[in-house]
Design a protein around this ligand. Structure first.
Ligand code: UDP
Length: 473
């Protein structure tokens, strides 16, 4: 084992990490606005861009795969999931950009593989049920039984890594295998951190493992939001400026109605964006004339679909469409949601439509888009997607969300879990189409300029290039 090389991790902070005392005394929202009071919202909103090396969108632009520089470093991407979650959607354009020379290793089977292959990406499967089966619950002892399989996967992955210049771990299990194998592959390791690393989501053992691997083996952490970065600073004591923050990029053009995308990308969104909402709803099997709120994302307790159901019970003329499915074994929660809708007497106004692939159409069929996570959302792709679709978004102000939404400017923020606040926000926007339209216009412009795929690729490629150069010496 090459100890010095293995031990090259992120620099540690000499000063204590940021804490809640960094928070401002109040969020900047106009008087009378629904002001989110969650401490995590305040903390994440308080981290100034100067703490982290944030993205400069205006430098050199690489285009996508077609013009991929032959001299650019080759990358091995590693992801543990076969499912289509936010982290996997974030990896798609980056893996596509590097498809000519890079590869993706997946640790589980699932629809993610087909999505990657459809983009021309080479996918290598390294699946072992014993390793995939290590869960938060079984972490304490389960990993002992999985040790031989873990060793085999680590060695196999290290062999894959040696064919490339840089290893890019996109999930936590990917980080573990890539970090354990570092003495064998000796490649710079980047970790794209998609999680808020707190006890709310992760067990103590898991957090400890991540903390030490980041300290000892990761060359560059890229966090998907300042809120995620903040949680890593708190966990590891690393220097805030050692973490890059790169927000996900969203292909805004894909969210425009087909006619507007072709003819006039500046067409006004919402009712005037050229979408024939009636026809669209008929195609999707939704009531043509109802006032409809849409909630997008996997069904999971912390995504707060139950909060939206409680709100709907107080909004007699409104319908709710739940787009998404349980991805990681939360089937009980879906059953509970259906029972809750029955018990509240709103089952006729709640539409469970399962996982959908054509998210732009589903979003454009909505009057308003809700985001109701009760725990801090690390980033929230669905929030940016709703904005790109030209719809007003009401979002729970915690985690990365306040980095995307400014209250009353490009969307509407509510306190996570506050049913009354959500009802009030929906009523306000339902009764004021001009306000809805103004928010939607600003939202669409922000999605296009601040969260573009090009900006995302530029930032990622800069980080990958720097990691490769630092390894060469
Ligand atoms: N999504 C989808 N179909 C669905 C529900 C969700 O394609 O039926 C996508 C959604 O468009 C978004 C991603 O799944 O791109 C969810 O990402 P987000 O960051 O919102 O949540 P995460 O999965 O990371 O918790």
């Amino acid at each position: 084992m090459n100890a010095p090389e293995f031990a090259r991790g992120l620099p540690r902070a000499e000063t204590p990490p940021l804490d809640a005392s960094d928070a401002p005394t109040a969020l900047h929202a106009p008087a009378g606005a629904s002001i989110p009071a969650s401490s995590s919202a305040l903390v994440s909103a308080s981290i100034s861009d100067t703490f982290f090396e944030t993205v400069d969108a205006t430098r050199t632009t690489h285009t996508r795969r077609a013009q991929h520089d032959a001299a650019a470093p080759t990358v091995l991407f590693v992801d543990q999931s076969g499912q289509l979650g936010g982290a996997e959607f974030a990896l798609l354009p980056l893996a596509e950009h590097h498809a000519a020379s890079g590869e993706v290793v997946l640790l589980s089977e699932g629809p993610f593989r087909a999505k990657l292959e459809a983009l021309g990406v080479t996918v290598r499967m390294r699946v072992d049920a014993r390793v995939s089966g290590i869960s938060r619950q079984s972490l304490r002892f389960g990993w002992l039984r999985a040790l031989p399989a873990l060793a085999r996967q680590t060695i196999g992955l290290a062999r894959d890594a040696r064919r490339h210049d840089v290893v890019f771990a996109n999930t936590q299990k990917a980080l573990v295998l890539a970090a354990l194998g570092k003495p064998l592959h000796r490649r710079p390791l980047i970790w794209y951190q998609h999680d808020i690393l707190s006890g709310e989501h992760f067990g103590r053992m898991q957090l400890t493992i991540v903390k030490w691997l980041v300290r000892l083996a990761v060359d560059q952490v890229i966090a998907n939001s300042r809120a995620s970065a903040h949680s890593l600073v708190a966990l590891t004591g690393c220097k805030p400026e050692s973490i890059r923050v790169v927000h996900n990029g969203i292909d805004s053009a894909a969210f425009l109605p087909p006619r507007a995308a072709e003819a006039d990308a500046a067409a006004a969104p919402s009712e005037a964006d050229g979408t024939d909402v009636r026809a669209l709803r008929e195609r999707l099997g939704l009531p043509a004339n109802a006032w409809i709120a849409g909630l997008f994302g996997r069904l999971a307790p912390w995504k707060g679909q139950h909060v939206a159901l409680d709100a709907l019970a107080r909004l007699p003329d409104t319908h709710l469409v739940l787009v998404g499915t349980p991805l990681f074994g939360e089937q009980d929660y879906e059953r509970q949601l259906r029972e809750q809708a029955e018990a509240l007497g709103i089952a006729g106004r709640v539409h469970f439509v399962g996982f959908q692939h054509d998210i732009p159409s589903w979003m454009r069929a909505m009057d308003v888009i809700l985001h109701t996570s009760t725990s801090a959302e690390p980033f929230g792709r669905v929030v940016v997607e709703g904005m790109a679709a030209g719809r007003a978004v009401i979002a729970a102000a915690a985690g990365g969300v306040p980095e995307i939404v400014s209250h009353r400017r490009n969307g509407w923020l509510v306190t996570p879990g506050d049913v009354a606040g959500l009802v009030q926000a929906i009523e306000t926007l339902r009764d004021d189409p001009a306000l809805r339209q103004r928010l939607a216009l600003a939202a669409r412009e922000d999605a296009r300029t601040r969260f573009s795929v090009q900006r995302y690729l530029d930032s990622m490629n800069r980080a990958i290039g720097e990691a490769a150069r630092s390894a060469r010496g």
